[in-house]
Design a protein around this ligand. Structure first.
Ligand code: FE2
Ligand code: FE2
Length: 195
């Protein structure tokens, strides 16, 4: 693993200004949420810092790590990452591992799942998912409610956030990741199942 300061220094150069600011804000929020749920502070911060590490540079990283990316993408469970809006999640996981030398599988999976959620989310993945949706710069209808509930009950907050995202995707006539629907069903006590 390389040091946190080196990671921040590199991200500052690689990400756009607004993406870098979002990144720092997600890391801050992940620490805040993580504390509430007794998670390791450094782990939360690293997940926050690296969650969008591939965003905006998808083409470059797709070529650089093409073998690993294509192998993962060929698996049935990863088909959703062909979606251009989700590519950075799978690529982010690869870049965090290969470039930033993160070996903690929980961080890597949290990065992969940060946009869609999944049935297999750990508490760290939930923290990252919610930190991404509720960091201080986020401003959309309903964010205050999700922000407030996330500090009390992460599952409830995730349902609210999924509702929001799914409605937005329908409005834009975009596809909805099956993982998000499965997770929502599961959290509502419906038809989703854990292994
Ligand atoms: Fe993202
Ligand atoms: Fe993000």
């Amino acid at each position: 693993m390389i040091s946190k300061d080196e990671i921040i220094k590199d991200l500052k150069v690689k990400l756009s200004k607004s993406r870098f600011e979002h990144t720092l804000s997600v890391a801050k929020k992940a620490i805040e949420l993580g504390k509430k749920f007794s998670l390791d502070e450094e782990t939360c911060e690293l997940a926050g810092l690296l969650h969008d590490c591939a965003k905006g540079n998808e083409k470059y990283y797709e070529e650089k790590y093409s073998d690993e990316f294509n192998e993962l993408l060929s698996r049935d469970e990863n088909r959703q990452y062909e979606n251009p809006f989700l590519k950075h999640c799978l690529l982010g996981m690869i870049v965090a591992k290969e470039k930033y030398k993160i070996s903690d599988v929980e961080i890597l999976n949290a990065i992969k799942e940060h946009t869609t959620g999944s049935l297999h989310m750990t508490d760290l993945a939930k923290v990252l998912y919610l930190a991404d949706k509720t960091e201080d710069n986020r401003d959309y209808d309903g964010v205050d409610e999700i922000r407030k509930i996330s500090m009390i009950n992460m599952d409830q907050a995730i349902v609210l956030s999924l509702n929001n995202t799914i409605m937005y995707l329908i409005e834009k006539n975009r596809t909805i990741a099956p993982e998000s629907i499965e997770l929502r069903n599961f959290l509502l006590g419906g038809i989703g199942e854990r292994d």
